[in-house]
Design a protein around this ligand. Structure first.
Ligand code: F0G
Length: 457
């Protein structure tokens, strides 16, 4: 048997630079201990996000050159339409400049004051767009998702009892849709099974509620269905994707993830009336309906990227790399969310740094320690992100305090993964000595994690 290797080779490289610990300590102070304030040149390996940070293929760069920049009805729009239609089966398409723009346009049509939108751990911008309209996002994720040691294969699943309780509590007029996020980013890049999607669909049909998908990482979700769900192994990724979307009325997409491009998004829909209403909002917020904030070349590259991202060989290489890092960390005894998710490894900071008080932001502290140690930038998914209760202004402590190490697509090698694991292990070896975290010196009224300023406690 031969060892596994990537189904691609590298044609272009970008230099990245190591720095010294002294440099990094000084840069962090200047950055007010907020990793978002670092310059990318101060980071050696950047795991802040897998969004828009991946590498395009030579076919995608080729498609960039042949983009059609016509204002209306461009060939590039047609190419994107054909690919989206082939993969999803949805007959209507509206491009947008990124995922949250798709949410803004679609929710302008569907969500009103007082509405309730159940789903599986809505992403922050999604929740933001719901709450901004004075509606509520209700998390119906299964309880297993919040126990990092539980290796349930589909921790993104929706709990049908929690969902039905919402359907019984509120009239159908107040529930515009149920939103299924595939994969579920907030709970650790965890997939939703086809069986669960079907069950949610039949329950929702019974109560007359449509289903929409937040599809940023739908291809990674399909990979997990193929490799983990009974009876799915012999199907292609594209067949599985088509079936997933057959249960929905529409989808929002951040193309910066499974579109394999650096910027872009779209909405795909089944219903003509929703499409017509959404078209008006697209024109106001994004641009004409055949480009929605994207250049023709961007749509061309996206059409190719969507096709590449729904091929098994690509997905296997991508997800195996994330798993490779996760398994290394597990080998070192580092507490991570199990099973390893599709786009990131999530480290449990409460278990990793038990001596840092909860009020001093252990996950942020861990992120800062890892940066000082090795020049690696992760992101806090913990109390800073969870923000304050709007009424009491007290910190909202989430169930889990995590450091997310998101892996960009086709960007780093497994040598980088070894380096990341070694860096984190060095911090782990001296975890008992880390007893202090950070205090806030300044924060904005909302979405504080992006701009918060901290000092050493
Ligand atoms: N939905 C999910 C599940 C996401 O993870 C994101 C973005 C969005 C919607 C919004 O898309 O960024 O194109 O506007 N997630 C990024 C992340 C930012 O780092 O996880 P966008």
């Amino acid at each position: 048997k031969l060892p596994y290797a990537e189904p691609y080779r590298i044609k272009m490289i970008e230099e990245i630079r190591q720095s010294s610990r002294e440099e990094r300590v000084a840069w962090l102070k200047d950055a007010d201990y907020n990793l978002f304030n670092l310059k990318s040149s101060q980071v050696y390996i950047d795991l802040l996000t897998d969004s828009g940070t991946g590498a395009m293929s030579d076919s995608q760069w080729g498609a960039m050159m042949t983009g059609d920049e016509s204002y209306a009805g461009s060939r590039s729009f047609q190419a994107l339409y054909d690919t989206v239609n082939k993969i999803t089966g949805f007959p209507y398409l509206l491009p947008t400049h990124q995922g949250r723009a798709a949410e803004n346009v679609l929710f302008s049509v569907l969500v009103k004051d007082g509405d309730v939108i159940p789903g599986n751990s809505h992403f922050d911008t999604t929740k933001g767009h719901i709450e901004f309209r004075k509606a509520h996002a209700v998390d119906c994720t299964i309880d297993e998702a919040f126990d990092i040691e539980n290796d349930h294969p589909f921790k993104g699943n929706i709990d049908l009892e929690k969902l039905e309780a919402i359907y019984k509590e509120y009239p159908k007029e107040q529930i515009p849709f149920c939103l299924i996020t595939i994969t579920c980013n907030t709970s650790g890049g965890q997939p939703v099974s086809l069986e669960n999607i079907k069950a949610v669909k039949s329950l929702s049909d019974h109560y007359g509620i449509p289903i929409y998908f937040d599809s940023a990482r739908y291809a990674e979700n399909a990979y997990f269905i193929k490799t983990r769900e009974a009876g799915q192994a012999d199907r292609t990724i594209k067949e599985i994707c088509k079936e997933i979307f057959s249960y929905g009325e529409g989808m929002t997409m951040s193309s910066k993830k499974d579109g394999l491009v650096n910027i872009g998004g779209f909405i795909a829909l089944r219903n003509e009336e929703v499409f017509q209403k959404a078209s008006n909002f697209t024109i106001i917020y994004e641009g004409f309906i055949t480009y929605g904030g994207l250049a023709g070349r961007d749509m061309n590259a996206l059409a190719v990227g969507l096709d590449e991202a729904t091929e098994f060989d690509y997905l296997h290489s991508r997800i195996s790399q994330v798993e490779y890092l996760g398994n290394k960390l597990i080998e070192y005894g580092i507490p991570v969310q199990k099973p390893i998710g599709g786009h990131a490894v999530f480290v449990d900071a409460l278990k990793f740094l038990p001596n840092v008080p909860r009020a001093e932001y252990p996950a942020q502290t861990l992120g800062l320690e890892l940066y000082k140690e090795a020049g690696i930038r992760g992101v806090e998914i913990g109390t800073l992100l969870a923000d304050r209760d709007p009424e009491t202004r007290e910190n909202r402590y989430p169930k889990l305090e995590l450091l997310r190490l998101a892996i960009p697509r086709r960007t780093y090698t497994n040598n980088h993964m070894d380096y990341i694991a070694a860096g984190l292990k060095n911090v782990f070896d001296r975890r008992e000595d880390i007893k202090k975290g950070y205090n806030i010196t300044w924060e904005p009224a909302i979405l504080r994690h992006f701009t918060v300023k901290l000092e050493e406690a």
